[in-house]
Design a protein around this ligand. Structure first.
Ligand code: FES
Ligand code: FES
Length: 172
């Protein structure tokens, strides 16, 4: 019955997902997180709390970091969505992905896709000008393994490399 309802009530949307245009029919109650992990077969985005508390489900929507468990897919018509799979792939990693490897910035890895997408959004925002601000502005992404020091090391390295103009120098 639920399946029949979902088909009957589905709403058409067009999104750009990791650079590819997708025409979809989605039921009004489906979250972006469930759309990604289900029909779109992109399990890199993780479901932690499913209530906007942990950041494991963070993706980029039009360059801004968003908890995908709190976003209904039907609201995203016309949006550009980037998941961890779209940031980089083995062989051509995003600088943040490489820095997380270099700094051993994970243990179990469950929070890692959300941490990296959130860090990419943080860099787009341009508000972090110190390690303390990185820690503060990444505080929505929890890590049960406690890899926070290494995560900050990785982000700080990439921000120092790529955005000297809006990292520490901008604060001086
Ligand atoms: S799963 Fe979305 S914030 Fe935890
Ligand atoms: S690396 Fe395990 S939760 Fe963060």
């Amino acid at each position: 019955m639920l399946h029949a309802d979902a088909e009957r009530m589905a709403i058409p949307i067009v999104i750009t997902l990791n650079g590819r245009q997708e025409r979809l029919n989605v039921a009004p109650w489906v979250t972006l997180l469930d759309l990604l992990r289900g029909p779109m077969e992109l399990p890199g985005t993780k479901k932690g709390c499913d209530h906007g508390q942990c950041g494991a489900c963070t993706v980029l929507i039009d360059g801004q970091r968003v908890n995908s468990c709190l976003k209904l897919a039907v609201t995203l018509d016309g949006a550009e969505i980037t998941t961890i799979e779209g940031l980089g792939q083995p062989g051509h990693l995003h600088a943040l992905q490489q820095a997380f490897v270099d700094h051993d910035a994970y243990q179990c890895g469950y929070c890692t896709p959300g941490q990296i997408c959130s860090a990419a959004g943080l860099m787009n925002e341009g508000h972090a000008h110190s390690r303390e601000e990185i820690r503060e502005l990444m505080s929505g992404n929890l890590c049960r393994c406690g890899a926070y020091t290494n995560i900050a090391d990785a982000i700080e390295q990439v921000m120092g490399q790529q955005s000297g103009k809006n990292y520490k120098e901008a604060a001086e």
